[in-house]
Design a protein around this ligand. Structure first.
Ligand code: ATP
Ligand code: MG
Length: 601
């Protein structure tokens, strides 16, 4: 595991369950502390999360949010939520709304955020289009940018390779006047898509390909979700991103490792604008603009899933999942719908920390944090997944009594509830064995078992289907002196099983999820293959189950533990008569095993 650079706490975002008192020590926080010591940004810390609204956020984005917001909170700084909406072709309103929702749900608080207006404080990169345009004109005037008529393919061709230098565009030496005129006309919409670009004049021999006269603007006649048809030229990421950061006064522009090679360009663009500018604004071009520090960290990769938005979109479009918020998706909305608490995601992110080397994190570690949080917070209820009917022969017909059940043994403040008990109940098929193996402490002919919160019962008869030989019903007797689960004579009964009263049980749908892919690294595809070849055909199993009546009408999003079965949450597909549950995680924590295996190398 490469991501072992632990960061301990980010208290604010945090209220992290695991946030210790020790100071975080990752390399990014070290850099920031160094800047604070040297006074580089006057002690200011201002971070941002800049998603492109071209898809839903996934858990990788959660890592970035936790990091950026966590740092701002820890250093008493600010945190911006900015839509990097510079590409009208792929961006949609639906994504904008989902992103805002997800960041809020995760618990980050951005500058200007308000609870009565979801969009309050959200920043739109597209609001800076005019300012970016003006700076581009300035670069043209300084002789640092030119309009190029090469096609996209030619630009690629002229660019050279890692081993071959590039060739200069024949349009590189256009006069400033001609460039100004053409750029203005590009903007006015005189030219078709792709016919011209604005490029920075840097160095076609640079060993860094990003510096070989990169494109700053391209022509795209497309309606933008925010600016409508006002613009038909759109800034490229490298040109736009640093300017967005600069305008907002971002101090530390934290991004993923693939941008390391872009950092010289990030700096070049800001330096180019600052050329001829001075601190007091006395120069010919006015006052210097703010120059943030870009810092790169390793993106999060998780086993048994894919994380690229392009691939996630493919799964949605292809109907391989039931939408972006399908509980099998690694999206924040999918995890939320599955029943994952935001605290678990934050704790997970705090545990993996940040590193400078890419690695893959085991999905079991995320599951471990989910269990860990739910164990402390999720009320227990009883639900039977594979029902087997039990008739308690000596229990009075028609009688119902209500038993006290503890909601959460881990949390006394969660209180108790009343569970109905009657003559006919259902237990789990697996909790009965006609021919029990050694150390089987559940129900078998003649054996006694404890009903959770109820009585001790003894199996006195087994009814079978004469045709198939399958057990269809059991007969038991109960010991009226054992209400609550203990025998007054002190006899030992090891096994405790869960149950529901047949007359009171609520029929429900349970959706049992497994990993979306059968392979730890579905991105690793053999030649001619496709990542979708590794989709797990059994990632969703829908079963009918019986739950105790307290779950009737439970609100969507309610998280519970079905005792001895797993953690579940109420899905929004539920109706008042019929709840639908998503299995969030099973009870079994396989993480310990994984950890052991990892330790063993
Ligand atoms: P994808 O590659 O999945 O399409 P992206 O990087 O294009 O993602 P953006 O919307 O540009 O998505 O990302 C917003 C921010 O989230 C960026 O700062 C990006 O570096 C960060 N980010 C994206 N994916 C991850 C990840 N897997 N781990 C950590 N941070 C990530
Ligand atoms: Mg991106």
């Amino acid at each position: 595991m490469a991501e072992n650079n632990r960061s301990a706490s980010n208290d604010e975002l945090g209220k992290n369950d695991e946030s210790g008192k020790r100071e975080s020590t990752d390399f990014i926080r070290e850099i920031i502390r160094e800047h604070n010591r040297s006074g580089r940004f006057g002690g200011r810390v201002h971070t941002r999360f800049p998603p492109e609204p071209n898809g839903y956020l996934h858990i990788g984005h959660a890592k970035s949010i936790c990091l950026n917001y966590g740092i701002a909170a820890e250093f008493g700084g600010k945190f911006n939520l900015r839509m990097d909406d510079t590409n009208p072709e792929k961006e949609e309103q639906e994504y904008v709304d989902a992103i805002i929702d997800d960041v809020r749900w995760l618990g980050a608080r951005w500058t200007g955020m308000r609870d009565d207006d979801p969009r309050a404080g959200v920043i739109w990169a597209s609001d800076y289009f005019q300012q970016m345009y003006d700076w581009a004109v300035e670069l043209i005037r300084k002789g640092l940018a030119f309009v190029c008529d090469l096609t996209a393919e030619q630009v690629r061709e002229f660019r050279g390779t890692l081993t071959e230098p590039g060739r200069e565009s024949p349009y590189r030496n256009r006069s400033v006047e001609e460039n100004l005129d053409l750029f203005e006309r590009m903007r006015r919409g005189e030219f078709p898509d792709g016919s011209r670009t604005l490029r920075a004049k840097i160095d076609m021999n640079s060993p860094n390909l990003n510096l070989r006269d990169p494109v700053m603007y391209r022509i795209v006649h497309a309606t933008h979700h925010n600016t409508g048809d006002k613009w038909c030229i759109y800034p490229m990421y490298d040109w736009a991103h640093g300017l967005e950061d600069s305008i907002e006064g971002i101090t530390h522009s934290i991004c993923t490792l693939e941008f390391e090679n872009h950092r010289p360009l990030y700096d070049w663009f800001i330096d180019a604008i600052n050329q001829g500018r001075t601190d007091d604004g006395s120069g010919p071009w006015g006052k210097k603009i703010h120059h943030p520090q870009q810092i790169e960290f390793a993106r999060l990769n998780l086993t048994y899933t894919v994380m690229s938005k392009r691939k996630l979109l493919e799964l949605v479009k292809g109907g391989h999942v039931r939408g972006w918020d399908d509980p099998r998706m690694p999206t924040i909305s999918g995890l939320r719908r599955r029943g994952v608490p935001p605290e678990a995601i934050r704790n997970f992110c705090a545990t993996i920390g940040v590193a400078k080397v890419e690695g893959v994190v085991e999905i079991q570690l995320l599951e471990h944090h989910i269990r860990e949080h739910l164990n402390r917070t999720a009320p227990r209820v009883m639900a039977v997944m594979k029902p087997l009917k039990v008739v308690i022969d000596n229990y009075p017909q028609g009688q119902v009594e209500y038993l006290d059940a503890v909601n959460n043994p881990e949390d006394p403040s969660a209180g108790t509830r009343q569970v109905p008990f009657s003559r006919e109940i259902y237990i789990e098929e697996d909790d009965f064995r006609e021919d029990p193996p050694k150390k089987y402490y559940r129900l078998s002919p003649g054996a006694e078992v404890r009903l959770r919160w109820g009585y001790l019962i003894r199996c006195v008869g087994v009814e079978k289907d004469p045709a198939t030989g399958q057990v269809v019903q059991l007969h038991c007797t109960y010991d009226p002196a054992t209400r609550g689960g203990n025998a007054p004579d002190g006899r030992k009964v090891k096994g405790t099983i869960h149950w529901v009263s047949a007359a009171h049980a609520v029929r429900a749908e349970a959706r049992l999820y497994d990993h979306l892919f059968t392979k730890p690294d579905p991105d690793d595809v053999p030649p001619g293959g496709d990542f979708k070849d590794f989709l797990n055909p059994n990632s969703l199993q829908v079963v009918e189950c019986l739950v105790e009546p307290s779950m009737l009408g439970a609100e969507a999003g309610t998280r519970v533990q079905f005792e001895r079965v797993g953690y579940f949450s109420v899905d929004r597909d539920s109706t008042p008569q019929r709840p639908v549950f998503n299995r969030t995680v099973t009870l079994k924590d396989s993480w310990a095993k994984v950890e052991k295996a990892l330790a063993a190398g």
